[in-house]
Design a protein around this ligand. Structure first.
Ligand code: MN
Length: 128
């Protein structure tokens, strides 16, 4: 993994935990992704519509609209349905992952996030 791996690809992060958000934004910025932030599900859906990002990282437990509902809303929009959505799930919550895939998420990552897994997943969906 090298600096600049993101090549300016646009990633929307929907996450209500400010510490997690800061961590993700710092990592992605360092690797040359352009990052958009939303702190609840409704704001995330609106931001996805406004910015049409290349990929979305979606926390599941979110205020106002949870991550499953937000994923469904985004995937129901014909202009947005091809945007890959990667759910961020608590490690033990196996059922959450299955529900995330059912809601239209393309994949998931376990929290706490592992840096190399995150970058590898982004690379899989954005640079292949
Ligand atoms: Mn959360």
């Amino acid at each position: 993994m090298v600096m600049g791996a993101g090549m300016g690809k646009r990633v929307l992060v929907i996450e209500d935990n400010r510490d997690n958000m800061t961590l993700i934004v710092d990592i992605l910025s360092e690797f040359d992704y352009e990052v958009f932030q939303a702190f609840d599900g409704e704001a995330g859906v609106a931001m996805a519509e406004k910015e049409t990002p290349d990929l979305i990282l979606m926390d599941l437990s979110l205020p106002r609209m949870d991550g499953w509902a937000a994923a469904r809303a985004i995937k129901a929009n014909p202009d947005q349905k091809d945007i890959p959505i990667i759910a961020l799930t608590a490690h033990a919550m196996i059922g959450d992952r299955e529900r995330a895939l059912e809601a239209g998420c393309d994949d998931y990552l376990s929290k706490p996030l592992n840096l190399s897994q995150l970058l590898s997943k982004l690379n899989t969906y954005l640079n292949s």
